[in-house]
Design a binder for this molecule. Structure first.
Ligand SMILES: Cc1cc2nc3c(=O)[nH]c(=O)nc-3n(C[C@H](O)[C@H](O)[C@H](O)COP(=O)(O)OP(=O)(O)OC[C@H]3O[C@@H](n4cnc5c(N)ncnc54)[C@H](O)[C@@H]3O)c2cc1C
Length: 391
């Protein structure tokens, strides 16, 4: 069978590409993944107790893009779900992003001064970056910034990235800002949803076109060769003249010639419990104690009513390609020195006209699902419509 496009990786990036190429461009697609399922890190399944489990950690679609929401709505019904997150700090459970309630709970001694200072300086509902608070000349705002930095995010990021505190300064811009409000929702996007029948069901609907062939449990190296010198692609020994879309690790694609891009991995442990509920909230973080980073209870996400519950512990760990428990690259370690390595790979990738690199591994960037979908829709609209795969 011949294909116009070959896509490596059946995560949300590869699946959205396959859907658009088959349904909009009417072309034939081969979609390959080394795992035994579609969906990449967004894959979910129903366990024996009937609970929908997000195998690779909790996933919520939150977006301000009507385009992405309307597009995905073609393939699923939605459960509206407003995610809430608590952090256990000083024996209290604190809403994060940090808001006026969190200040009362965490810093009761100075909370009135801090709230007065915040409301004097900023408008209600504004979001104040942690960096700005830490640099403030107002001693109460500085106290707030330093507290959140030291007690919450620094410890959480130390666990997540396994870095020392001095190496984490670069992450300060990524820390969630303080919200001058009583809104305890984790996100404030217009659309906050989870597919009613799960992500895998949504992906199956996206891939229902007969022009999409899916090949699972197949590492692309088994069937695809790249002639780097002449920039040619070979599929099962024959030259492939169509277009290749690569959503795997860009450093792996180029045989690590500029060095390995560092990642963090996760060990995820699920526990089924004979209780109706385990905790008071979908996700609780433990920055100060335990080796795990957070516990998620799936029933909150799926809205399922059962007599049992399933919780998931997340243990951040080294990424190790040779260790079956730690060989999934979850989080790019977004430090400047690593981005410089990525830039070299990116520059090289631009020399390959018949290969497109897209998705979180190919772009070495933490991308949300909606960002990935938006990028693919742009790509198909701007680039692929003009491509002649019959040459
Ligand atoms: C713990 C966690 C929680 C998250 N929560 C959210 C959330 O709530 N909301 C949100 O919007 N985003 C969330 N994300 C981000 C979300 O997971 C990503 O946006 C999404 O997975 C990116 O999809 P992708 O297709 O680019 O990559 P992936 O899902 O990683 O897919 C890449 C695929 O390529 C395959 N592959 C790689 N190498 C090869 C090879 N050599 N041969 C064949 N196949 C290969 C892999 O097996 C994989 O299936 C979360 C991420 C993590 C880590």
């Amino acid at each position: 069978m011949s294909f116009d496009y070959i896509i490596i990786g059946a995560g949300i990036a590869g699946i959205t590409c396959a859907e658009e190429i088959a349904n909009v461009l009417n072309k034939k697609v081969l979609l390959i993944d080394k795992r035994d399922h579609i969906g990449g890190n967004c894959y979910d399944y129903t366990n024996e107790e009937g609970t929908i489990i997000h195998k690779y950690g909790p996933h919520i679609i939150h977006t301000n893009s009507n385009r992405v929401y309307n597009y995905l709505s073609l393939f699923t019904l939605w459960n509206i779900y407003n995610h809430k997150v608590l952090y256990k700090v000083n024996d209290s459970l604190i809403p994060v992003p940090f808001n006026l309630i969190s200040i009362d709970k965490c810093i009761p001694l100075h909370s009135n001064h801090i709230k007065d200072a915040l409301l004097e300086e900023y408008e209600v509902n504004s979001k104040v970056p942690i960096k700005e608070l830490r640099n403030s000349s107002n001693k109460y705002l500085k106290l707030l910034g330093d507290f959140i930095y030291d007690k919450i995010f620094l410890k959480d990021y130390e666990k997540l990235y396994g870095l020392k505190s001095e190496e984490l300064d670069e992450f300060v811009d990524k820390m969630l800002p303080v919200e001058v409000s009583y809104d305890c929702r984790y996100y404030d996007d217009i659309h906050q949803v989870i597919p009613s029948h799960g992500y895998t069901n949504m992906f199956q609907n996206m891939l229902s076109n007969h022009d999409i062939t899916i090949m699972l449990e197949k590492d692309y190296h088994e069937i695809i060769d790249i002639d780097y010198e002449n920039k040619k692609i070979y599929y099962e020994g024959k030259e492939f003249r169509g277009h290749l879309i690569f959503t795997g690790m860009i450093d792996e694609f180029f045989n690590y010639r500029f060095g390995r891009l560092p990642y963090r991995s996760l060990i995820l442990l699920n526990e089924d419990l004979d209780d109706v509920l385990f905790q008071d909230n979908a996700t609780i973080y433990y920055p100060e104690e335990y080796h795990f980073r957070r516990i998620t209870e799936f029933k909150y996400l799926t809205g399922q009513q059962t007599f049992y519950t399933t919780i998931q512990f997340e243990f951040p760990t080294e990424y190790d390609i040779n260790n079956d428990e730690q060989n999934i690259p979850y989080y790019p370690v977004d430090l400047e020195k690593n981005r410089k390595i990525y830039e070299k790979y990116h520059e090289l990738s631009q020399e390959y006209e018949n290969i497109t690199f897209i998705g979180r591994l190919a772009e070495y960037k933490y991308l949300r699902m909606d960002e990935v979908v938006e990028k693919v829709l742009d790509l198909v609209g701007e680039k692929f419509i003009g491509i002649d795969t019959e040459k």
